[in-house]
Design a protein. Structure first.
Length: 194
C-alpha cells in the first residue's frame, strides 16, 4: 500500500511538473524600428522557421505549419500590397519570422490528458533587415500562451487560437510601423500567468 502511494505521488509530481510551461518573452514591449517600413520599396517575406531544439516534437512542427498558414493569409497580402506601391523605392526589407521557443499541446494530448498535458506557449522573433547593408531595422519578439485548463475545456481550441493570435500581433506591428516608428505590443500585456 505504501509503495503504491509513493508511486502515485511520484507520478502526480511528474504530471504536475509537465503542466508548467517555462516559455517566456525577454521583454514587455517591442521598441520602434530604426526606420519606418515605408522607407523601403521592396519587401521579402521569408518562410516561418522553427528553432532546432524544438523541431523534435511533431506537435511543434504542426503548429509551425499552422502559423505559416496564418502568415500566408494575414501578413503576406499586406506585404504584397506594399510591394505593388507605385512610389516604391529601390531598397529591400527582408522579413524573417522564427519561432524561438514553443510548447504546443495538440488535440490528441488534450483529449487524452486534459489539463495535465500542460499549457501551450510560443515566442516568435521577426527580424527586419535592410538587404543591401545587412543592418537590422527591427527585431521584435512576440509571445502568446494558453492555460492548461482553457486548452482542456476547449479540446485544443484555445491552443490553436494562440497560433492565430501571435500572427495577429506580427501583422499589427507591421501595420503600425509602416508609416510611423511606434513599436508595439509583444502579447505580454495583462498576462495573469506571469
Amino acid at each position: 500500500m505504501q509503495k503504491t502511494m509513493r508511486t502515485l505521488a511520484i507520478a502526480a509530481s511528474v504530471l504536475l511538473s509537465a503542466c508548467a510551461t517555462h516559455i517566456k518573452p525577454s521583454n514587455t514591449f517591442n521598441p520602434p524600428p530604426s526606420e519606418t517600413f515605408s522607407a523601403f520599396g521592396r519587401f521579402e517575406l521569408k518562410t516561418v522557421t522553427l528553432s532546432p531544439e524544438f523541431r523534435g516534437h511533431s506537435a511543434n512542427q504542426k503548429a509551425t505549419a499552422k502559423i505559416q498558414e496564418y502568415f500566408d493569409s494575414r501578413v503576406k497580402p499586406v506585404v504584397d500590397a506594399w510591394n505593388s506601391r507605385a512610389d516604391a523605392g529601390e531598397r529591400t526589407l527582408v522579413i524573417e519570422p522564427n519561432i524561438e521557443q514553443i510548447k504546443f499541446i495538440g488535440v490528441g494530448a488534450r483529449i487524452f490528458a486534459g489539463p495535465m498535458a500542460g499549457s501551450s506557449a510560443v515566442v516568435m522573433k521577426v527580424k527586419y533587415t535592410d538587404k543591401a547593408t545587412g543592418m537590422i531595422v527591427a527585431d521584435p519578439e512576440f509571445y502568446q500562451h494558453t492555460a492548461a485548463m482553457s486548452g482542456a475545456f476547449t479540446y485544443g481550441g484555445q491552443d490553436n487560437a494562440m497560433l492565430a493570435r501571435i500572427v495577429t500581433l506580427v501583422a499589427n506591428y507591421n501595420n503600425r510601423n509602416f508609416g510611423a516608428r511606434v513599436g508595439g505590443d509583444n502579447g505580454l500585456t495583462n498576462d495573469a500567468e506571469l
